[in-house]
Design a protein around this ligand. Structure first.
Ligand SMILES: Nc1ncnc2c1ncn2[C@@H]1O[C@H](COP(=O)(O)OP(=O)(O)OP(=O)(O)O)[C@@H](O)[C@H]1O
Ligand SMILES: [Mg+2]
Length: 249
Protein backbone atom coordinates (compact mmCIF):
# COMPACT_ATOMS: atom_id res chain seq x y z
CA UNK A 1 0.00 0.00 0.00
CA UNK A 2 1.26 3.43 -0.91
CA UNK A 3 1.79 6.01 1.81
CA UNK A 4 3.19 8.95 -0.15
CA UNK A 5 0.78 11.52 -1.64
CA UNK A 6 2.30 11.07 -5.12
CA UNK A 7 4.27 8.12 -6.50
CA UNK A 8 5.20 7.75 -10.14
CA UNK A 9 6.87 4.69 -11.62
CA UNK A 10 8.14 4.21 -15.18
CA UNK A 11 5.50 6.49 -16.72
CA UNK A 12 5.50 6.43 -20.50
CA UNK A 13 3.47 8.40 -23.00
CA UNK A 14 3.65 8.66 -26.78
CA UNK A 15 1.47 11.12 -28.66
CA UNK A 16 0.34 10.36 -32.17
CA UNK A 17 -0.43 13.32 -34.39
CA UNK A 18 -2.32 12.37 -37.57
CA UNK A 19 -0.77 13.42 -40.87
CA UNK A 20 -1.91 12.67 -44.40
CA UNK A 21 -1.75 8.84 -44.79
CA UNK A 22 0.44 8.48 -41.68
CA UNK A 23 1.01 9.87 -38.19
CA UNK A 24 3.89 11.48 -36.35
CA UNK A 25 4.80 9.93 -33.02
CA UNK A 26 6.25 11.96 -30.15
CA UNK A 27 7.63 10.05 -27.19
CA UNK A 28 6.84 12.63 -24.50
CA UNK A 29 7.62 10.43 -21.45
CA UNK A 30 10.19 7.65 -21.61
CA UNK A 31 9.98 6.21 -18.08
CA UNK A 32 9.43 8.86 -15.41
CA UNK A 33 10.03 8.01 -11.73
CA UNK A 34 9.68 10.12 -8.59
CA UNK A 35 7.68 10.38 -5.40
CA UNK A 36 6.47 13.33 -3.38
CA UNK A 37 6.27 13.17 0.40
CA UNK A 38 3.49 14.54 2.57
CA UNK A 39 3.85 18.22 3.34
CA UNK A 40 6.62 18.61 0.80
CA UNK A 41 7.06 21.32 -1.85
CA UNK A 42 8.33 19.35 -4.84
CA UNK A 43 9.26 20.96 -8.14
CA UNK A 44 9.53 19.42 -11.59
CA UNK A 45 11.93 21.53 -13.65
CA UNK A 46 12.66 21.09 -17.33
CA UNK A 47 13.07 22.85 -20.64
CA UNK A 48 10.13 23.52 -22.97
CA UNK A 49 8.74 20.25 -24.27
CA UNK A 50 10.56 18.09 -21.70
CA UNK A 51 7.37 16.41 -20.42
CA UNK A 52 6.22 18.46 -17.40
CA UNK A 53 2.64 19.15 -18.46
CA UNK A 54 2.24 15.61 -19.81
CA UNK A 55 3.27 14.20 -16.40
CA UNK A 56 0.82 16.52 -14.64
CA UNK A 57 -2.05 15.67 -16.98
CA UNK A 58 -1.52 11.95 -16.37
CA UNK A 59 -1.47 12.48 -12.60
CA UNK A 60 -4.78 14.31 -12.84
CA UNK A 61 -6.36 11.65 -15.05
CA UNK A 62 -6.77 14.12 -17.92
CA UNK A 63 -4.82 11.84 -20.27
CA UNK A 64 -3.88 8.19 -19.94
CA UNK A 65 -0.32 6.87 -19.81
CA UNK A 66 0.83 4.14 -22.21
CA UNK A 67 3.01 2.44 -19.63
CA UNK A 68 4.02 2.60 -15.99
CA UNK A 69 1.92 3.37 -12.95
CA UNK A 70 1.20 6.18 -10.55
CA UNK A 71 -0.52 6.58 -7.26
CA UNK A 72 -2.04 9.81 -6.02
CA UNK A 73 -3.73 10.20 -2.61
CA UNK A 74 -3.29 6.44 -2.24
CA UNK A 75 -5.13 5.55 -5.46
CA UNK A 76 -3.94 4.27 -8.83
CA UNK A 77 -6.71 6.06 -10.69
CA UNK A 78 -8.69 9.25 -10.43
CA UNK A 79 -12.04 8.58 -8.78
CA UNK A 80 -14.42 11.36 -7.69
CA UNK A 81 -13.13 10.87 -4.10
CA UNK A 82 -9.51 11.26 -5.20
CA UNK A 83 -10.43 14.33 -7.26
CA UNK A 84 -11.68 16.02 -4.10
CA UNK A 85 -8.19 15.75 -2.59
CA UNK A 86 -6.56 17.53 -5.55
CA UNK A 87 -6.34 21.20 -6.50
CA UNK A 88 -5.04 22.04 -9.97
CA UNK A 89 -3.74 25.22 -11.55
CA UNK A 90 -3.48 24.63 -15.32
CA UNK A 91 -0.56 25.99 -17.34
CA UNK A 92 -2.86 28.33 -19.25
CA UNK A 93 -5.86 28.96 -17.00
CA UNK A 94 -9.03 29.73 -18.88
CA UNK A 95 -10.86 32.89 -17.90
CA UNK A 96 -13.90 34.41 -19.51
CA UNK A 97 -13.53 38.21 -19.37
CA UNK A 98 -17.22 39.01 -18.99
CA UNK A 99 -17.44 37.16 -15.67
CA UNK A 100 -16.35 38.20 -12.18
CA UNK A 101 -14.17 36.15 -9.79
CA UNK A 102 -17.24 35.20 -7.76
CA UNK A 103 -19.06 33.96 -10.86
CA UNK A 104 -16.05 31.97 -12.07
CA UNK A 105 -15.50 30.42 -8.64
CA UNK A 106 -19.18 29.42 -8.42
CA UNK A 107 -18.90 27.79 -11.83
CA UNK A 108 -15.66 25.90 -11.07
CA UNK A 109 -16.85 24.93 -7.59
CA UNK A 110 -20.05 23.51 -9.06
CA UNK A 111 -17.97 21.44 -11.51
CA UNK A 112 -16.00 19.94 -8.64
CA UNK A 113 -19.18 18.97 -6.85
CA UNK A 114 -19.33 21.63 -4.11
CA UNK A 115 -22.80 22.43 -2.85
CA UNK A 116 -24.33 25.92 -2.82
CA UNK A 117 -23.82 26.31 0.92
CA UNK A 118 -20.21 25.07 0.73
CA UNK A 119 -19.54 27.61 -2.02
CA UNK A 120 -21.08 30.40 0.02
CA UNK A 121 -18.68 29.62 2.84
CA UNK A 122 -15.56 28.85 0.80
CA UNK A 123 -15.60 31.56 -1.91
CA UNK A 124 -15.08 34.53 0.47
CA UNK A 125 -12.28 32.59 2.21
CA UNK A 126 -10.29 31.84 -0.96
CA UNK A 127 -10.83 35.39 -2.25
CA UNK A 128 -9.53 36.75 1.04
CA UNK A 129 -6.55 34.38 0.96
CA UNK A 130 -5.59 35.50 -2.55
CA UNK A 131 -6.24 39.21 -1.80
CA UNK A 132 -9.02 39.41 -4.36
CA UNK A 133 -11.85 40.40 -2.03
CA UNK A 134 -11.99 43.98 -3.31
CA UNK A 135 -12.01 42.80 -6.93
CA UNK A 136 -14.54 40.04 -6.28
CA UNK A 137 -17.31 41.61 -8.35
CA UNK A 138 -15.21 43.21 -11.08
CA UNK A 139 -15.15 41.79 -14.60
CA UNK A 140 -12.06 39.70 -15.34
CA UNK A 141 -11.24 41.51 -18.59
CA UNK A 142 -9.58 44.33 -16.62
CA UNK A 143 -7.45 41.98 -14.51
CA UNK A 144 -3.65 41.87 -14.63
CA UNK A 145 -1.79 38.59 -15.27
CA UNK A 146 -0.91 38.43 -11.56
CA UNK A 147 -4.54 38.87 -10.49
CA UNK A 148 -5.66 36.13 -12.90
CA UNK A 149 -3.00 33.80 -11.57
CA UNK A 150 -4.17 34.50 -8.01
CA UNK A 151 -7.71 33.69 -9.12
CA UNK A 152 -6.34 30.43 -10.54
CA UNK A 153 -4.86 29.65 -7.11
CA UNK A 154 -8.19 30.57 -5.45
CA UNK A 155 -9.92 28.11 -7.79
CA UNK A 156 -7.39 25.38 -6.99
CA UNK A 157 -7.99 25.86 -3.24
CA UNK A 158 -11.77 25.99 -3.38
CA UNK A 159 -12.44 22.40 -2.34
CA UNK A 160 -9.76 22.43 0.41
CA UNK A 161 -7.53 19.87 -1.32
CA UNK A 162 -4.61 18.13 0.41
CA UNK A 163 -2.47 18.13 -2.72
CA UNK A 164 -1.89 21.14 -4.96
CA UNK A 165 -0.67 20.55 -8.50
CA UNK A 166 0.45 23.77 -10.13
CA UNK A 167 1.65 23.84 -13.74
CA UNK A 168 4.03 26.80 -14.22
CA UNK A 169 2.45 28.91 -11.46
CA UNK A 170 5.08 31.64 -11.93
CA UNK A 171 4.84 31.78 -15.73
CA UNK A 172 4.50 35.29 -17.13
CA UNK A 173 4.52 37.00 -13.74
CA UNK A 174 6.58 40.01 -12.66
CA UNK A 175 8.90 39.76 -9.62
CA UNK A 176 6.15 40.80 -7.19
CA UNK A 177 3.74 38.25 -8.70
CA UNK A 178 6.40 35.54 -8.41
CA UNK A 179 7.04 36.47 -4.77
CA UNK A 180 3.30 36.25 -4.04
CA UNK A 181 3.06 32.76 -5.57
CA UNK A 182 6.13 31.69 -3.58
CA UNK A 183 4.52 32.91 -0.38
CA UNK A 184 1.33 31.01 -1.22
CA UNK A 185 3.30 27.82 -1.61
CA UNK A 186 5.08 28.37 1.69
CA UNK A 187 1.86 29.09 3.53
CA UNK A 188 0.17 26.04 1.97
CA UNK A 189 3.03 23.90 3.19
CA UNK A 190 2.73 25.41 6.66
CA UNK A 191 -0.93 24.47 6.70
CA UNK A 192 -0.01 20.83 6.02
CA UNK A 193 -0.58 20.63 2.25
CA UNK A 194 1.59 18.90 -0.34
CA UNK A 195 2.61 21.10 -3.28
CA UNK A 196 3.79 19.75 -6.63
CA UNK A 197 4.67 22.38 -9.22
CA UNK A 198 6.41 22.61 -12.56
CA UNK A 199 8.68 25.45 -13.58
CA UNK A 200 11.55 26.60 -15.69
CA UNK A 201 12.31 29.64 -13.53
CA UNK A 202 15.13 27.88 -11.69
CA UNK A 203 16.10 30.86 -9.53
CA UNK A 204 12.59 30.87 -8.06
CA UNK A 205 12.42 27.12 -7.61
CA UNK A 206 15.54 27.12 -5.48
CA UNK A 207 13.95 29.61 -3.07
CA UNK A 208 10.84 27.59 -2.34
CA UNK A 209 11.16 23.87 -3.19
CA UNK A 210 12.17 21.19 -0.68
CA UNK A 211 13.23 18.91 -3.52
CA UNK A 212 13.61 19.29 -7.24
CA UNK A 213 13.33 16.71 -10.02
CA UNK A 214 15.00 17.57 -13.33
CA UNK A 215 13.09 16.23 -16.32
CA UNK A 216 14.76 16.15 -19.72
CA UNK A 217 13.54 14.56 -22.92
CA UNK A 218 10.89 12.57 -21.06
CA UNK A 219 13.15 11.22 -18.32
CA UNK A 220 14.00 12.31 -14.78
CA UNK A 221 17.74 12.86 -14.97
CA UNK A 222 18.32 14.00 -11.39
CA UNK A 223 16.49 14.59 -8.10
CA UNK A 224 18.18 16.97 -5.72
CA UNK A 225 17.73 19.50 -2.95
CA UNK A 226 17.82 23.14 -4.07
CA UNK A 227 21.00 25.16 -3.62
CA UNK A 228 22.59 28.39 -4.84
CA UNK A 229 23.96 26.85 -8.03
CA UNK A 230 20.90 24.86 -9.06
CA UNK A 231 20.70 26.53 -12.46
CA UNK A 232 24.32 25.60 -13.30
CA UNK A 233 23.72 22.04 -12.09
CA UNK A 234 20.55 21.82 -14.18
CA UNK A 235 22.31 22.95 -17.36
CA UNK A 236 25.35 20.73 -16.72
CA UNK A 237 23.10 17.71 -16.07
CA UNK A 238 21.29 18.28 -19.36
CA UNK A 239 24.53 18.69 -21.31
CA UNK A 240 26.00 15.60 -19.68
CA UNK A 241 22.87 13.58 -20.46
CA UNK A 242 22.79 14.71 -24.10
CA UNK A 243 26.47 13.80 -24.53
CA UNK A 244 25.89 10.26 -23.28
CA UNK A 245 22.53 9.45 -24.85
CA UNK A 246 22.26 9.21 -28.58
CA UNK A 247 18.87 10.21 -29.95
CA UNK A 248 16.95 7.10 -31.01
CA UNK A 249 15.54 8.63 -34.18
N1 LIG B 1 -1.54 16.53 -27.31
C1 LIG B 1 -0.31 16.38 -27.84
N2 LIG B 1 -0.14 15.89 -29.09
C2 LIG B 1 1.07 15.71 -29.62
N3 LIG B 1 2.22 15.99 -28.96
C3 LIG B 1 2.13 16.48 -27.71
C4 LIG B 1 0.86 16.71 -27.07
N4 LIG B 1 1.08 17.20 -25.83
C5 LIG B 1 2.42 17.28 -25.70
N5 LIG B 1 3.05 16.85 -26.81
C6 LIG B 1 4.51 16.77 -27.02
O1 LIG B 1 5.05 16.09 -25.91
C7 LIG B 1 6.28 16.68 -25.51
C8 LIG B 1 6.19 17.12 -24.05
O2 LIG B 1 5.26 18.18 -23.94
P1 LIG B 1 4.84 18.85 -22.56
O3 LIG B 1 3.70 19.76 -22.85
O4 LIG B 1 4.66 17.80 -21.55
O5 LIG B 1 6.16 19.69 -22.22
P2 LIG B 1 6.43 20.75 -21.05
O6 LIG B 1 7.64 20.29 -20.32
O7 LIG B 1 5.20 20.99 -20.27
O8 LIG B 1 6.83 22.05 -21.90
P3 LIG B 1 6.56 23.63 -21.61
O9 LIG B 1 7.67 24.09 -20.71
O10 LIG B 1 6.68 24.25 -22.98
O11 LIG B 1 5.20 23.79 -21.02
C9 LIG B 1 6.54 17.83 -26.48
O12 LIG B 1 7.37 17.35 -27.51
C10 LIG B 1 5.15 18.13 -27.01
O13 LIG B 1 5.23 18.67 -28.30
MG1 LIG C 1 4.04 22.62 -19.92
Amino acid sequence: MSTKPIEVSELRKTFSTPRFLSSIKTEALKGVNFSVGKNEIFSLIGLNGSGKTTTIKILLGLIKQDGGTYSISGSGRITPEVKKTLGYLPEIPYFEGVFTPVEMLRFWGGLSGLSGSELKKRIPLVLEYTSLTRAASRKLKGFSRGMLQRLGIAQALLAEPDILILDEPMGGLDPMGIKTIREFMQSLKESGKTVFFSSHIISEVEKVADRVAMIHDGRIIKITRPHKHLEEEFIESIEEFDKNVKPDT
